[in-house]
Design a protein around this ligand. Structure first.
Ligand code: CTP
Ligand code: MN
Ligand code: MN
Length: 491
């Protein structure tokens, strides 16, 4: 392991004397004096501050959590409303139990229904607006999307910005799409979108047009744009990214046949396989096919070392019916065994004659070089990107083939990664996705917790130590986040 220390002090331990720096930037508490009394309020304020919480002396717009000892909505709410705060509906109004739980754990515990002091008047007149977080890792997003009409449009805009290397607006549309995907129903008016986070002027203008006309003219213009269409076509080939696509387009190439006929273009191995198996690997992989691939790899792994474990991850773990590939993690119980495991699996697949393509990347992971402050997207574990030949006879429900295709096999893209066992939880969390969920987990860790998260580890910058985890739940706990199930991470 990484010479890690266990994290927290024993529960309930109080150290009022030592003043710690602010740790939880997204939580600003106000303690209501009524019923609590002045001296208890002052004691609780000091206690919380000593644990790194921000406690405001006055009720203001910046307060996020109002805590009251008085559980009576009938006395608390009229008083709160009289304060004439503009953003009252955005504040959590909580029972003292949330505060004591948070003091006990030394971090803000997730708000549960039992903590809430609800305004009985708003409850009957209109359902309290559920707070939607700006962070995808604080939202539950299942596979069903009630706002596809908007999110499809946003994704076209985001992709178009990506092709122009305009990261800011690209991310803004991805964030907006992600927020709408988490909603339990369709947005039917701009007013309903008013209090949602991450929706800027441009986004709202697109939504307004779609609400009014059923479509966005800006999106339609992009979709019919020759450059967009060509870049979209080229990047659909395995191994061709936006840079290469752009290069080909600039040279006047517009179709696959033009690319393939151009003698000065040198395709790398990945791109060659991408073109060779284009029909198959551009067609979605079904859940049954993913299961069959899992079984094939599992048999290979078991023949090599019986104590190894194979875990399905990526989109299929999030409950998706179809995916563009199959993502699998393989771990060995024996430390160091993961170093050669992938090469041996690859050999076995080769011997079976089902390996159509393989790009293997040996591990560059080095615990002695931690903490690494380059918490980039790509991880350092041993991994391989494969194309496998999948026989129809191996698939329960038969192959997901193109119409008129009489072959009894198809090519499938497979990603395999092999982390050391004590980093499994981080790898699982990182490879389960979605990409937007991962991005926001990292952003949340960095901005709200002063921690660095990636596929290898979680580093607490305040304590200057790594936090260990054997399950994904451990990682959510370290981050002070409510656990989000894999099928709720389709952000
Ligand atoms: N990932 C990663 N490092 C890589 C490759 C992928 O961390 N070298 C992560 C991605 O961030 C993503 C997850 O692995 O969260 C799955 O990647 P991918 O297969 O591209 O996406 P899916 O969500 O599985 O979508 P699909 O169903 O289309 O395959
Ligand atoms: Mn995938
Ligand atoms: Mn993948």
């Amino acid at each position: 392991m990484l010479g890690l220390r266990k994290r927290s002090k024993p529960a309930g331990e109080v150290s009022v004397s030592r003043r710690e720096e602010t740790k939880f930037r997204d939580v600003r508490i106000f303690l209501v004096e009524r019923k609590m009394g002045r001296s208890r309020r002052s004691f609780l304020t000091q206690l919380a501050r000593s644990k790194g919480f921000t406690v405001e002396d006055f009720l203001s717009e910046t307060v996020t959590h109002v805590v009251s000892e008085d559980r009576q909505p009938s006395s608390l709410w009229p008083w709160l409303k009289a304060s004439s705060l503009r953003n009252l509906s955005m504040k959590q109004v909580l029972d003292i139990s949330w505060f004591t739980d948070s003091m006990r754990d030394g971090r803000p515990v997730p708000v549960e229904t039992r903590h809430l002091i609800q305004d009985s008047w708003t409850e009957v007149s209109s359902p309290a607006p559920a707070m939607v977080s700006q962070y995808a890792c604080k939202r539950r997003t299942e596979t069903e999307n009630h706002n596809k009409m908007f999110t499809d449009a946003f994704e076209v805009l985001a992709e178009n910005y990506e092709f122009s290397e305009m990261e800011g607006p690209c991310l803004a549309f991805r964030r907006a799409a992600s927020v709408l995907k988490s909603l339990p129903s369709a947005v039917e008016s701009l007013r309903a979108a008013q209090d949602l986070p991450c929706l800027g002027e441009h986004t709202k203008a697109v939504m307004e047009e779609i609400l009014r006309c059923g479509r966005s003219f800006e999106v339609e213009k992009i979709l019919s744009d020759e450059r967009f269409q060509t870049l979209k076509l080229f990047t659909s080939v395995f191994g061709v990214g936006p840079k290469t696509a752009e290069k080909w387009h600039r040279r006047g190439l517009r179709s696959f046949s033009e690319v393939l006929a151009e003698p000065s273009i040198h395709l790398n191995r990945m791109q060659q396989s991408g073109f060779l198996h284009y029909g198959d690997i551009s067609r979605a992989v079904s859940k049954a096919e993913a299961r069959a691939v899992g079984n094939i790899i599992d048999e290979a792994v078991r023949a090599i070392t019986p104590d190894a474990m194979l875990t399905l991850t990526g989109g299929f773990r999030r409950g998706k019916e179809f995916g563009h590939d199959v993502d699998l993690i393989v771990t060995a119980a024996e430390p160091g065994r993961e170093q050669n495991l992938l090469s041996e699996i690859i050999d076995s697949l080769k011997k079976q004659g089902i390996l159509l393509f393989c790009e293997y990347q040996a591990s560059t992971f080095d615990t002695t070089k931690l903490p690494s402050h380059r918490f980039e997207a790509m991880d350092h574990f041993a991994k391989c990107f494969l194309i496998l030949r999948l026989e129809g006879s191996r698939v329960d429900e038969g192959l997901h083939s193109a119409e008129g295709d009489s072959r009894n096999w198809r090519a499938v893209r497979v990603d395999l990664v092999s982390p050391p066992a004590d980093h499994f939880a981080f790898t699982l969390l990182g490879w389960t996705g979605s990409r937007q969920f991962e991005r926001d987990l990292r952003r949340f860790a960095r901005l709200e917790r002063r921690m660095l998260l990636d596929n290898h580890a979680l580093f607490d910058k305040t304590k200057k130590e790594f936090l260990t985890a054997t399950t994904e739940k451990d990682i959510f706990d370290h981050l002070g986040l409510e656990y989000i199930e894999p099928w709720q991470r389709n952000a």
